[in-house]
Design a protein around this ligand. Structure first.
Ligand SMILES: [Zn+2]
Length: 464
């Protein structure tokens, strides 16, 4: 059985392999560390984690690089607003990111370079582009990539070069640099502006900071070489970020940059877009505050195919909890003396689904069909099957669940509503007590009251 995966570049399903015959070398665009990552970010990181685990289960050694973006407009502005240094600000959010990744059982990458720690590599790459005539200096000291000098531009995104117009240029390339020659040209080095404060580095073109795109090319090449196996990120990065990475890397080296591109579709919440203004940009802490576990979130994030948008609902977490409980029940029913299995036994079809373009929804369907045949006693569930199941959970990155009930963590504002209701009841203000219960229900919490007090649990199927 081979591991096959859709390649955004070319659009075909291709076998995953290490070009050097030894180590599968891949790069994942990491977080901008200016706040907590949200569950949409973690969908992408969870899919990349399963990708790596499936590759390793196929016997491939891996070298996984994921960067930290620790210098850009957002990190600089936010650190200034908080009156702290860029380094201290980013260190704080990096630590939070690591904590969330560990809770979600994401394997740490083998290398986690940061943009600030790789300024010389980025300067070197920009210098090569200037030397080869693919970049130019603007009057203010900024350096731009000349898109017209790279005929293959647009190959990854299927973008027609004639469509390159100012409106198509996104993120920081759209900064108010009027000096670039073409609207599609993107910045490689940004000249220092007073608003950047002390966040500037010396370069042959004067003080400034690298653009966002060049950082990924420089760090990927530092750890993986000028040509490597696979590059991954969310679909929103295909254009312009990954298109720009390809252009500047291949223009600088004359080598193909990456063979295989893996992109993960968006996460929706309750059928719609996630956004700060809608208040549905959930973090792991928000999920845990509603009484759910990171393992439940991980399973919910993997319940859809990675190339399709996935709709997150609170119900999907309840479904994940029910699924993990079934697995836990089955695991406790088997003796625990088997060694880990080399093949997955009755679960091998599940592994085959994962190996076919990471088809996690099909794999889950087969998994629970197999579990049912054990639950109904149609197959014997013995120690070696328990080992098979544990090994398979390892490929999903789901720690073997236990039957101990997950602790319910009640957010303080919910606790305050419940307390207010208890006082309303004590003073026999039934109207107020009813109104408070209605508020709790609307927030997705059920209250069970008795003579000795009350306890609370999140309500199945409720949206916030
Ligand atoms: Zn990137």
């Amino acid at each position: 059985m081979s591991f096959r995966l859709h390649n955004t570049l070319g659009g075909a399903k291709e076998t995953v392999f290490a070009a050097d015959g030894r180590t599968l070398r891949f790069y994942c665009c990491g977080p901008t560390v200016y706040g907590p990552a949200h569950i949409g970010n973690f969908r992408t990181f969870a899919v990349q984690d399963v990708f790596r685990r499936v590759a390793e289960a196929h016997g491939l050694a891996t070298c996984h690089v994921r960067n930290l973006t620790d210098v850009d407009d957002k990190t600089i502005r936010q650190s200034q607003a908080e009156g702290t240094t860029l380094a201290a600000f980013c260190a704080h959010w990096t630590e939070r990111f690591h904590r969330d990744c560990a809770a979600l059982n994401l394997l740490p990458p083998h290398h986690e370079p940061s943009a600030v720690a790789n300024i010389p590599e980025q300067i070197f790459l920009i210098d090569r582009l200037l030397e080869r005539g693919h970049a130019y200096r603007a009057e203010d000291g900024s350096v731009y990539f000349n898109v017209a000098s790279f005929p293959a531009y647009g190959r990854l995104s299927g973008l027609d070069r004639r469509e390159l117009r100012p409106g198509a240029v996104a993120r920081e390339t759209a900064d108010e640099y009027a000096t670039r020659e073409q609207a599609a040209d993107f910045v490689l080095w940004k000249a220092h502006k007073p608003a950047d404060g002390p966040n500037a580095w010396a370069s042959p073109w004067g003080r400034g900071r690298p653009g966002w795109h060049i950082e990924c090319s420089a760090m990927a090449m530092r750890y993986l070489g000028e040509s490597f196996d696979l590059h991954s990120g969310g679909v929103d990065l295909i254009f312009p970020h990954h298109e720009n990475e390809i252009a500047q890397s291949e223009a600088a080296t004359g080598q193909p940059f990456v063979r295989h591109w893996l992109h993960v579709a968006h996460l929706l919440v309750d059928g719609g877009k996630m956004s700060k203004s809608l208040g549905n940009l959930y973090t792991l802490d928000d999920i845990v505050a509603r009484g759910h576990t990171p393992a439940e979130l991980r399973l919910a994030l993997l319940s859809g195919h990675y190339r399709q948008p996935l709709n997150f609902t609170w119900n999907s977490l309840h479904a994940a909890r029910a699924a993990l409980t079934r697995i836990a029940r089955l695991l406790v029913s088997a003796p625990s003396d088997a060694k880990s299995a080399a093949d997955f036994g009755p679960f091998s079809e599940v592994f085959a689904a994962l190996s076919d373009d990471l088809n996690t929804p099909h794999a889950l369907g087969v998994l629970f069909g197999t579990l049912e045949s054990f639950e109904r006693g149609r197959r014997p569930f013995a120690a070696d099957e328990a080992a098979n199941l544990r090994a398979l959970l390892g490929v999903w990155g789901i720690p073997p669940p236990s039957l101990e009930a997950a602790p319910v963590i009640v957010p303080p504002e919910i606790r305050a509503l419940a307390e207010a209701r208890q006082s309303a009841r004590a003073r026999r203000d039934w109207a107020e007590a009813d109104a408070l219960r209605a508020q709790l229900t609307a927030a997705g919490w059920a209250l069970r009251e008795s003579a000795d007090g009350y306890d609370m649990r999140p309500v199945s199927g409720e949206s916030p």
